[in-house]
Design a protein around this ligand. Structure first.
Ligand SMILES: [Cu+2]
Length: 142
């Protein structure tokens, strides 16, 4: 076996072995989590009675920032469900009815699906926040 061959063998055996054992060095540390971020939802953009995006998926501990877009059409973000034309608040959050400029923030600390609506426009203006559990970052992304 030449030196070149020997180096080749070392490169393919030792290097992968060190990569393989790297995770065991960091077992004492808690894996890093996704940093908390803020997601903006536009309230009534382009004079439409909509939340945009209508469905927003966030991680646990993220904040949703609703930004009012219309100075003329009043809106709210009100947590709760609509059944037919009847909407019922569930008391998780309530911005009150406003026109732009206005913004409202809410931090989501528990995974789940959170329906909401505009208390001025009722069932014709609804949205959903989907909160997913914080996912551990894979080793390669640390
Ligand atoms: Cu509205």
């Amino acid at each position: 076996m030449t030196i070149k061959h020997a180096l080749f063998v070392v490169a393919f055996l030792v290097v992968p072995a060190t990569l393989l054992f790297q995770p065991t060095n960091s077992t004492a540390q808690e894996p890093p989590r996704h940093p908390s971020t803020t997601h903006t939802i536009h309230v009534g953009p382009n004079s439409l009675s909509v939340f945009s995006p209508t469905v927003q998926t966030v991680n646990v501990n993220d904040t949703v920032n609703w930004e009012w877009a219309s100075a003329f059409s009043p809106h709210s973000t009100t947590s709760g469900n609509c059944s037919g034309f009847i909407c019922t608040p569930d008391g998780k959050w309530e911005s009150g009815v406003h026109t732009a400029p206005f913004s409202f923030n809410f931090q989501f600390t528990t995974p789940g699906t959170y329906p909401y609506y505009c208390s001025f426009h009722g069932s014709m203006m609804q949205g959903t926040i989907v909160v997913v559990g914080n996912i551990f970052l894979p080793l390669v992304l640390r």
